[in-house]
Design a protein around this ligand. Structure first.
Ligand code: ADP
Ligand code: ADP
Ligand code: ZN
Length: 214
């Protein structure tokens, strides 16, 4: 099963992708997580990506597409995967389609987690991330057991640099300009499904499972 998650920044793509990956036993691939791991490790790619991410801009396709293609070519992806944060532009979607069709493959589902802009700033300003294991929390909606500490690994939680309100406004604009057109794109491909992402996390997950099939 090959799935892409669509939705504004903070819509809950990562939260849902993690659960889906667990239920269907497929890898959860987040390009944002890959970039953040590179930034942490101080790689050349990380240095380049950071300058865009900190401004709320997309990392150029030239740095993103090959990275994703390499990742989905790895052995653990042979039975499918869930992509979270890729594609984010029409050219990325076209590159993915071409790479898959060259192998006689295609995506199965595009799941759009729909959340209006009004809700997004509260989602992002309350998001807390674990810099060590990548787990995501929310101070009001998904609080860790002990304030400021990761349940899974005990590391201290952080507010991502790009989750500050001034950057969030930019990211929303970039989303509407460059990523939202993918909703039409995957509608035409006949694989788009939309869920109401303003519901609580359990209900959103149940709606997605209905689409993917138990
Ligand atoms: P969120 O899930 O909140 O939208 P991500 O972790 O997916 O955040 O992405 C963080 C940042 O990483 C984006 O704002 C962008 O700069 C960069 N990024 C992630 N995926 C891509 C992609 N497919 N194309 C371009 N930039 C990307
Ligand atoms: P994305 O990957 O789309 O950027 P996340 O999954 O990181 O989004 O979620 C953004 C923030 O909103 C996180 O703090 C997360 O805990 C919280 N969140 C996710 N889904 C919901 C929901 N259905 N209701 C309330 N908060 C949510
Ligand atoms: Zn952790």
């Amino acid at each position: 099963m090959k799935i892409v998650m669509l939705g504004a920044p903070g819509a809950g793509k990562g939260t849902q992708a993690e659960r889906i990956a667990d239920k269907y036993q497929i890898p959860h691939i987040s390009t944002g997580d890959i970039f953040r791991a590179n930034i942490k490790a101080g790689t050349e790619l990380g240095k380049k990506a950071k300058s865009y991410m900190d401004q709320g801009l997309l990392v150029p396709d030239s740095l993103t597409v090959d990275l994703l293609m390499d990742r989905i070519g790895q052995a653990d992806c042979k039975d499918g995967y869930i992509l979270d944060g890729f594609p984010r532009t029409i050219p990325q979607a076209e590159s993915l389609k071409k790479a898959l069709s060259d192998k006689g493959e295609a995506l199965d589902f595009a799941v759009n987690v729909d959340v209006p802009d009004e809700n997004i700033v509260a989602r992002m300003s309350g998001r807390r991330a674990c810099p060590k294991c990548g787990a995501t929390y929310h101070i009001a909606y998904a609080a860790p057991k002990k304030e400021g500490v990761c349940d899974k690994c005990g590391a201290e939680l952080i507010l991502r640099d790009d989750d500050k309100p001034e950057t969030v406004a930019n990211r929303l604009k970039v989303y509407h300009d460059q990523t939202q057109p993918l909703i039409d794109y995957y509608t035409k491909e006949n694989i788009l499904h939309t869920v109401d992402g303003t519901q609580d996390m359990e209900k959103v997950f149940a709606d997605i499972v209905k689409i993917l099939g138990a």
